[in-house]
Design a protein around this ligand. Sequence first.
Ligand code: NAD
Ligand code: UGA
Length: 453
Amino acid sequence: MNLTIIGSGYVGLVTGACLADIGHDVFCLDVDQKKIDVLNSGGIPIHEPGLREVIARNLAANRLKFSTDVRAAVAHGDVQFIAVGTPPDEDGSADLQYVLAAARNIGRYMTGFKVIVDKSTVPVGTALRVRETVAAELAARGEEHMFSVVSNPEFLKEGAAVDDFTRPDRIVLGCDEDVPGEKAREVMRRLYAPFNRNHERTLWMDVRSAEFTKYAANAMLATRISFMNELANFADRIGADIESVRRGIGSDPRIGYDFLYAGCGYGGSCFPKDVEALIRTAAENSHELKILKAVSSVNDAQKQVLAQKIIARLGDDLSDRTFAVWGLAFKPNTDDMREAPSRTLIAALLARGARVVAYDPVAIRDAKRAIELDLQDEPEWLARLTFANEQMEAVKNADALVILTEWKAFKSPDFDSLKKGLKVPLIFDGRNLYEPDAMREIGVEYHAIGRGG
Ligand code: NAD
Ligand code: UGA
C-alpha cells in the first residue's frame, strides 16, 4: 500500500519505518526541515533502540521517503496517518492545532478516496473535528471525494518503540459504520493483518470509544504509579519497604507486577499531558474525574520528594555542595527530556545554591537545551550546572550522588570507584536501584523511595 505519515516524531517515525519494513511504500512528512534533512542524510533525530537500522534498510530499499512537500505527501498515501504532537494547551487540554492543520492539508490536496487515521492521542470527538475540517476544505475547493476518519491510537513506549509497534498487545481501531467507514475498515484490516499472524489482536470499536481507550490506558498506568508513590512515602514514615510490598501485591495476578515501581514521579510526553487532558475533557463535559486529579497532584509532589530528602539530610542552604546527577532523560533508552523529573530536581538544587554535575548516557544534548530553556531567567543558576562525559567523572569530589533514571549502566557500578570519587559515600536514589542492606554493608549512606527513609 502507499502510506503517508504526517509528523515524523517518535510515533510517526516508528510507524513509518515499521510499516515500510513489512513492504509498504511510505512517505513521511514533517514541517521541520532540519529533521527531514537529518533523516535524508542517513541520520536519526531521536534516540530509539533499533530504529536507525529499520530506517536505513527501508531507505536503501526505496520504501521510505522523508520530505516537507505537503502536496506530494497527500498525493502519495491511500492511507494518511496523522501522527503530529498534541501538546498541552495553557489550560491543560490537548492542543489540536497540529492535528487540524494536518487535516486541512489533506482536504486541500486530496484527489480521491483517503483513509485518514488519527494516530496522535486526541480527545474524544476529534475524529469528528478532523472530518469536518477535511470536508470544509473540500467544499472550499468545490470538490467531492470520499474519505473516512479512523481512530487508531498508538500504545508504544519510548525506548522499546520498535518492538512495541511490531509486536503489539492490541491494535485498537475505531471505525464508522457508514459506507466510507466500511471501506476504511477493510483497508485497515489488510494493513494490520501481518501483526495478527499468531492470534487476532485487533479490537474493533466505535470511533469515540477508541479515542477514549487511549486516554483510559495512560490514565490507568499513571494511577498505578501515583498510587505506589503515595504508598512508598507512607512506607518511609512507618518503616516498611515498598519493594517488599510491591512483590507482595504484584504476585496477585489480578494486580500484576507491571508499573508498580515507586520513584521520583512519572515524566515523559504522555502521562502528564494525557492525565491533564482527560481531566479537562471531563470538565468540559461537566464531569469531575476526582481520582485523576489526585493522580496528577501526587505526581507533582513526588517530583519534589528527592529534593526534600536531600534538604532533610543536608539542610536548606546547599551553597557549598556539589551534586552528581545520574540520569536526565525521563526514562532509560531515550533522549526525551519532556517532563523529565531531572528538570525539577536540578532546578531545586540550583535554586538552593548547589553546584550540579550531570550525566546521561544519551540525553546530554537534549538535557542542556531543555534545562537552559527552563532556567533562561536564572543565568546565575545555570553557571553552576555542568555536564560530565562519563558517569564516574560526574561523581568526582561531589558531596552526594543523585540517581534519576534507571539506565542499565547505573545498576551495578563499581562501588569502590564510586566511593573513592565522592567526598562522602552518600546516595539519593529516585529509582530504587540498590538494596539498602547491601549499601549499609559497603558503607554507603543510601536514601531511596519508600525503603526506610
Ligand atoms: P513529536 O513531537 O516527537 O513529533 C511530532 C512531529 O510532528 C514533529 O516532528 C513536528 O514537527 C511534526 N508536525 C507538526 N505539525 C505538523 C504538520 N502540520 N505536518 C507535518 N508534520 C507536523 O511527537 P510524538 O511523541 O511522536 O507524539 C505524537 C502523538 O502521538 C502525540 O499525540 C502523542 O501523545 C502520541 N503518542 C506518543 C507516544 C510517545 O511515546 N512519544 C506514544 C503513543 C502516542
Ligand atoms: C507511556 C505508555 O507506557 C505507553 O503505552 C504509551 O503509548 C505512551 O506513554 C504514550 O501515550 O505516549 P512512555 O511515556 O514512553 O509510555 O514511558 P513509560 O515506560 O510508560 O514511562 C512513563 C513514566 O513513568 C517514566 O517517567 C517512568 O519512569 C515512570 N514509571 C513507569 C514509574 O515511575 N514507575 C513504573 O512502574 C513505570
